[in-house]
Design a protein around this ligand. Structure first.
Ligand code: GLY
Ligand code: MN
Length: 461
């Protein structure tokens, strides 16, 4: 938990951004894995954490802007609970630590909301993303679950995004802790991965590092010799010399600030010549993109710059032909780079993604694209000091996609399909780091994690 004044100030600022009505903050519930009491590891809602800081299930908060009230709803443990959980700090004590003085039982919320609606007060809520959110909105506000996302309060969403997008020093310090743990996970991956191990065996070790340092993983670990499958998770599959292993893994701290790094390594001691050349293309694209990140530049343009570097590289490999700028205008890069260059990062690894990518990564004047490739770019807007984001270009040779484009002879004026066949089973490479946008440029967050070909191979010896 951060200091009481942090939470008081955050709520004060939020209140000045919204005219009236009630703001409803849905905390998360425990979630049963296979029966109610055998639960997944609890994860509090990030907006709830941002304004109320209490990392405990079954809480809801209301800010009544019309009557200047802040109320936390939740039930204290009964003796039946304490038999199983041991005694815990009372909700009222936790509330006091974040500057909330009014605490009521969970059962009081329904009538408060009913009263508010009958008085004509607007109840603002954020887009739901868990089953329990939909059910609560239905019970308390009579919102049809099918319409709940679209009925979420745009002014509330925009107010939250306008605050959570700018990380304060204390948040950056926490994010750096998460990145440091993520670096430790990657060092273990880069040093200890050996042919014959399974993807799961390696991923399990990395997760234990995140847990051992007091937090957990910030998303399910992607650890694979099939890096071209963007979100594949570790399998019970032994890895082999000659392959590359891609690890996209990050930790979150006990306070739930996240890190998100990716490295790609040879399973053996060294990359093959082709792997090395392709790796260098991705690294050049990443370094050019990082160098371009500064206040004012559209991240959409940084994505385009990285895409240009990737296509230039693929032209050198003989796979792309013709004018690179023209090829990019025709979206040739999406054959190799189907996803976005990066995303905001903070209390969520894809920060605020539940609030809507259009509101987080774009603006009223900059609408998110819908074309293949561009629709996966979660961040397009102009960068500003205080933003924390990832920069993660990659080259992904997806056999099914190659076959599809080839069958259509798609953009054949720019693609040498015969040469491309040689790369059909190449798999994929991604390199990802986390940055803070500063007044003058950017700063890489966390301990340095090597990424040059020589340094990566140096760790493999
Ligand atoms: N680290 C997974 C992702 O950015 O999608
Ligand atoms: Mn990422």
């Amino acid at each position: 938990m951060l200091s009481k004044s942090t939470y008081l100030n955050r709520r004060l600022t939020l209140k000045t951004k919204l005219g009236g009505g009630l703001l409803l903050f849905l905390g998360n519930e425990e979630s049963g894995m296979n029966y109610r009491d055998n639960v997944y590891s609890f994860r509090q809602d990030s907006t709830f954490l941002y304004y109320f800081g209490i990392d405990q299930a079954s809480l809801t908060a209301v800010i009544d802007l019309d009557n200047d009230q802040e109320i936390l709803f939740g039930d204290e443990l009964t003796i039946d609970d304490i038999v199983w959980t041991g005694p815990k700090e009372a909700i009222s004590e936790k509330a006091a630590k974040v500057g909330v003085t009014e605490v009521k039982p969970a059962s009081a919320l329904g009538s408060l909301l009913k009263d508010a609606l009958s008085k004509g007060q607007t109840v603002h809520f954020l887009p739901p993303y868990r089953g329990e959110h939909y059910l609560k909105l239905q019970e308390w506000l009579h919102i049809n679950p099918a319409e709940a996302t679209q009925k979420a309060s745009v002014s509330f969403i925009k107010a939250v995004v306008s605050m959570r997008s700018y990380k304060t020093e204390e948040e950056v310090a926490e994010i750096e802790k998460a990145v440091d743990t993520s670096v430790d996970m990657h060092l273990s991956f880069m040093r200890e991965t050996r042919a014959g191990m399974t993807e799961k065996e390696i991923a399990g070790k990395l997760q234990s590092i995140a847990i051992g340092q007091g937090g957990d993983i910030s998303y399910p670990i992607i650890l694979t010799v099939n890096g071209e499958i963007l979100h594949t998770h570790a399998r019970d599959l032994a890895i082999r010399d000659g392959q590359m292993a891609l690890c996209d893994a990050g930790a979150e701290t006990a306070m739930h600030y996240c890190g998100d790094l990716t490295r790609t390594i040879p399973v053996g001691n060294a990359f093959t010549t082709i792997q090395k050349e392709m790796y260098q293309i991705v690294l050049d694209a990443q370094e050019a993109a990082i160098a371009a990140c500064k206040p004012g530049i559209l991240f959409k343009d940084v994505h385009k710059l990285a895409s240009t570097k990737l296509v230039e590289g693929m032209k050198q490999m003989g796979v792309v032909k013709g004018d690179v700028a023209e090829a990019i205008e025709h979206d040739v890069h999406t054959l190799f780079f189907q996803c976005g260059l990066g995303h905001m990062m903070g209390l969520d690894v894809h920060d605020m993604e539940n609030l809507g990518e259009q509101y987080v990564g774009y603006t009223d004047d900059l609408i998110k694209g819908t074309a293949f490739g561009w629709k996966s770019l979660r961040l397009g807007r102009a960068l500003e000091p205080g933003f924390v984001l990832t920069v993660e270009p990659g080259l992904y040779l997806i056999p099914t996609l190659i076959d599809r484009w080839k069958a259509e002879n798609k953009l054949a004026q720019f693609i040498n399909y015969e040469k491309l066949e040689l790369f059909r089973d190449f798999t994929g490479i991604r390199i990802e780091d986390n940055l803070l946008i500063t007044e003058t440029g950017n700063r890489l967050l966390g301990k340095e994690l090597v990424k040059s070909v020589a340094d990566v191979e140096g760790l493999r010896g």
